[in-house]
Write a protein that binds this ligand. Structure first.
Ligand SMILES: Cc1cc2nc3c(=O)[nH]c(=O)nc-3n(C[C@H](O)[C@H](O)[C@H](O)COP(=O)(O)OP(=O)(O)OC[C@H]3O[C@@H](n4cnc5c(N)ncnc54)[C@H](O)[C@@H]3O)c2cc1C
Length: 500
């Protein structure tokens, strides 16, 4: 290959896989047609790793995914090339070496920092005459004019054929592969994460996780989805794989359809079908939410209806945020959920919603202060889901019913035997189960007898739930009644509301 031969750079970002990878497959096809080569690239870009919402735990997960990707690409003849630095600088250096370069990548719905980075890359490509081809692998459609036809477009995209992983890849000779920095070598922050609790990373693990769910764990899915303890094993646990792209959403849909088809032939398949139906609807939500951030990137930093921002800004004492962040609110279900999330990177939907509701309504915290903290806890941090969900659970969309969770009721409903609380709030282990929902009501004699003094080993409630949420509801309801807010809510509904 001469210096002037075409080189197709495939830039892996949050698509760390070989199966169902359109940019890689198309780049390979073009290279084969034109006698060129393919250069798979990963950029460790400070625009991402140094952002406020990036945590070391992501790299704990991504690093082995990249090692595996590198190995699989090596087997096909074109090892992954890793570079560190701002993306434009990395691409510029590659173009000096390969003047006939074309760039391929997947489109992503990203945060402001990454969008700005991507805009710089696009501007540079235009100026340098480097063709940039983007393909879609999630459920968002940039520049969507109307939500009315979103579902149909989503179905159309997700039912396209799966793209098999490629065979031999013609590589570029004499390019240093570059070292993948370890988590210790990057200036990354984290809090409370235990890598031993992390779920298995990589494309192979993603496929095993999917098959295991579809053939075994899904049987318990519907019964477990709200239980913070059982969700750990019986929900699909595909979210980090979808976020980091070790599995495409389309692959999940295709495998799901195959399984649904096979179950039709089984007389006892009804319960399974219902479980898989519940799972399938959540796969739609994935794209439904990502579309919201794609349509309105400002909602990462301001409420759907900005009138809500003034109400909470700077209103809560710092101690409230600190108690919430460290799982020391005095409400066992809230504290167990926060501590589990911080340690493992995972929490089921209901408990994510509950800790958000607690922060927003009980503690009257501004979601803009705690959303980035929460983002750093989740191994599956997907900005397009995260910010719209945080706002929905905080009552700032103006179109959703206010969902206020009672943290005491969540214990009796979803952890009646205290398994989850005892696991994550060990201070309360000696308490009889009946007192775990409201430990401050434990009679002093019982506290003395079991040696668990509430207010000493474990905090008293930081706020009183019912009066706090009553006040919060009144304040938000008053804002919602303002004519300008109602007009804004109508616009939000038109732009973002589900049409189903
Ligand atoms: C405040 C808040 C923030 C959230 N932030 C994220 C996030 O950053 N990334 C993320 O993947 N999910 C987020 N979720 C949604 C949901 O909690 C997780 O998708 C789910 O718990 C992941 O576990 P699972 O893969 O086992 O889910 P399953 O129940 O097995 O669902 C399968 C897949 O469907 C999608 N899904 C499920 N529930 C939802 C939902 N409510 N909204 C959108 N998609 C959904 C996810 O892609 C998930 O992996 C958030 C929820 C809340 C309340």
């Amino acid at each position: 290959m001469s210096a002037d031969s075409p080189v197709h750079i495939v830039w892996f970002v949050r698509d760390l896989r070989l199966c169902d990878h359109a940019p890689l497959t198309e780049a390979l096809h073009q290279a084969q047609q034109s006698g060129g080569a393919v250069l798979p690239l990963y950029i460790v870009d400070p625009a991402r790793t140094q952002a406020e919402d990036y945590a070391a735990r992501y790299w704990h997960f991504v690093w082995p995914c990249l090692q595996e990707l590198r190995h699989r690409l090596e087997q096909r003849g074109a090892p992954l090339v890793v570079r560190q630095g701002p993306a434009v600088d990395v691409l510029k250096a590659l173009q000096e070496r390969f003047p006939q370069m074309t760039l391929w990548r997947h489109y992503e719905t990203e945060t402001a920092d990454v969008r700005a980075r991507d805009a710089r890359v696009q501007a540079w490509c235009r100026a340098a005459g480097v063709p940039l081809h983007e393909r879609f692998h999630r459920g968002a459609f940039p520049g969507l004019k109307s939500r009315d036809d979103w579902s149909g477009r989503w179905d159309q995209r997700m039912t396209q054929s799966l793209i098999p992983s490629p065979g031999q890849i013609p590589a570029v000779a004499d390019v240093a592969p570059g070292r993948l920095p370890t988590v210790e070598e990057l200036p990354l922050r984290d809090e409370g994460f235990d890598p031993d609790e992390m779920q298995a990373p990589g494309e192979g693990a993603a496929h095993r996780c999917l098959q295991d769910f579809l053939h075994h764990r899904a049987a318990q899915y519907r019964a477990s989805i709200s239980s913070p303890a059982r969700a750990f094993t019986n929900c699909s646990r595909l979210s980090p794989h979808l976020t980091w792209g070790t599995l495409s959403l389309k692959t999940v849909l295709h495998m799901l359809r195959e399984r649904q088809q096979a179950l039709k032939a089984q007389p006892s398949g009804g319960d399974w079908q219902r479980a898989l139906q519940a799972f399938e609807s959540r796969l739609h939500w994935n794209g439904h939410f990502i579309q919201k951030l794609d349509d309105a990137p400002r909602i990462q930093h301001e409420s759907y209806i900005p009138a809500f921002d003034a109400a909470r800004a700077g209103a809560a004492p710092d101690a409230h945020l600190e108690a919430w962040r460290t799982g020391q609110t005095g409400y066992p279900m809230v504290d167990a959920s926060i501590r589990a999330f911080r340690a493992t990177g995972y929490l089921n939907f209901r408990m994510r919603a509950m800790i958000t509701s607690f922060a927003s309504y009980d503690l009257w915290l501004d979601w803009r202060d705690f959303a980035p903290i929460m983002a750093r806890w989740m191994l599956d941090y997907e900005p397009g889901i995260h910010y719209p969900q945080v706002q929905m659970q905080s009552g700032t969309t103006g179109i959703n019913t206010m969902r206020i969770y009672n943290p005491t009721k969540q214990v009796t409903d979803h952890d009646p035997d205290g398994t989850f609380i005892r696991r994550w709030v060990p201070e309360l282990r000696p308490l009889p189960t009946g007192y775990l929902a409201e430990p401050w009501k434990t009679p002093p004699l019982v506290q003395e007898e079991v040696g668990c003094h509430i207010g000493q080993v474990y905090p008293l409630p930081i706020v009183e739930h019912l009066p706090a949420v009553r006040k919060a509801r009144e304040r938000l309801t008053a804002i919602r009644k303002e004519p300008r807010v109602q007009a804004a809510a109508a616009r939000v509904l038109k732009q973002h509301g589900s049409r189903r």
